[in-house]
Design a protein around this ligand. Structure first.
Ligand code: AMP
Ligand code: MG
Length: 349
């Protein structure tokens, strides 16, 4: 199949492109489009056959449910059977935005979209192009990250083309995304509400809103007795081809240890990648060194994370050593993705 690739400049919605995307979605096809978090692979969420095509294109396990994207609260009331008070509160504050909430589904949402679950995940994105595509496509668009399952999520249209070119009908290229990690997933059907996946709407922000929020404990543990409550979080995910190891500790010690391991591996003929920060990159003597952002603002790290992992794939390194991050605010989402990409391979110094 030939994939149509159309560019849309920020603030300049192109009606022809949006119309074409809408037609493809309404006839059951697949369109990748930018959102503020990562690029999504869209299909009509209420058309079981269309949603199934997403699984085939991505190679996604069929028990991993999709997030339904909408642009208004009326659409929400049609696809869920009950809207808890907490959901109104969170929607008021963080919709449109990088927050997904879990609800009990209504009968119009097919099980093919929810991975057989009676619940449905819903998000209202803020990205102008995303909203236009969703509306043009009928208003209910299932859109997981537009990558091959298991690879780092796409933060640029080029990443989508790399993974899915020739397998989907269209890519709407809106340039690089703003946030760079997937939405926060919040289960509002339990008390207190529980974070199933950390993202740009942070635990700190949600605690302020609800007084108390829980976090799915399976998220940061390896081989936890209970599987993660968001089915997708159990898979090896976000991963580069090379073996990734995270080194944790005081900055000077971390730099020393990464230099030591890198030099050992290089002496044995290995090709080593190093993930450093603006504060440290100058202190790495060898290997393929990449700057992921600044510790002063970990949103910059979230923004570069997946692109850096993909860049290392292109450089054919066989191992990657990464510094670790604070775990606070958006740093929590960064560490969650980094630890998963590393298969929880961590060295403490
Ligand atoms: P992606 O769209 O690729 O970011 O993946 C969607 C994520 O949302 C996966 O981790 C899913 O497991 C999770 N998810 C979707 N629907 C539900 C649901 N009904 N209950 C819990 N998690 C869900
Ligand atoms: Mg994904």
């Amino acid at each position: 199949m030939e994939t149509i690739i159309s560019k849309i400049k920020k603030g300049q919605l192109n009606n022809e492109v949006i119309k074409k995307a809408g037609e493809i979605l309404k006839s059951g096809g697949l369109v990748a489009f930018p959102t503020e978090t990562v690029y999504g692979l869209g299909a009509d969420a209420l058309n079981e056959k269309a949603a199934q095509k997403i699984y085939a294109a991505k190679g996604r396990p069929s028990d991993n449910p999709l997030i339904v994207h909408i642009t208004n609260m009326e659409a929400l009331s049609r696809i869920v059977s009950d809207i808890p008070e907490e959901a109104y509160l969170a929607a008021e504050k963080y919709w449109p935005g990088p927050l997904t909430m879990i609800f009990r589904k209504s009968s119009i949402v097919p099980y093919g979209t929810t991975g057989g679950l009676d619940t449905v995940a819903v998000r209202m994105p803020s990205h102008e192009t995303a909203c236009a595509v969703i509306d043009a496509g009928g208003g209910y668009i299932a859109a997981p990250s537009a990558n091959t399952s298991g690879r780092p999520s796409p933060t640029k249209a080029e990443h989508v083309e790399e993974d899915l070119g020739g397998r989907i009908d269209m890519i709407v290229d809106g340039g690089p995304v703003e946030i760079g990690v997937e939405s926060t997933i919040l289960d509002v059907s339990v008390t207190p509400p529980m974070i199933l996946r950390p993202g740009a709407v942070t635990k700190e922000m949600l605690s302020e809103l609800f007084g108390e929020v829980a976090v799915d404990t399976a998220l940061f543990e390896e081989g936890s007795a209970n599987p993660p409550k968001a089915p997708g979080m159990k898979y090896r995910h976000y991963a580069p081809k090379a073996k990734l190891c995270v080194v944790e500790g005081a900055e000077d010690e971390v730099v020393k240890e990464i230099n030591r391991i890198a030099s050992e591996k290089i002496q044995k003929g290995g090709r080593v990648g190093i993930i450093g920060t603006e504060e440290t990159v100058g202190r790495y003597g060898q290997g393929v060194v990449k700057c992921i952002g600044t510790r002063q603002d970990e949103a910059t790290v979230a923004n570069r994370l997946y692109a850096v992992l993909r860049e290392f794939d292109a450089e054919n390194v066989d191992s990657i050593l990464s510094e670790s991050f604070s775990g606070n605010g958006i740093g929590n989402a960064v560490m969650n993705r980094l630890l998963k990409a590393a298969g929880h391979h961590v060295i403490h110094v």
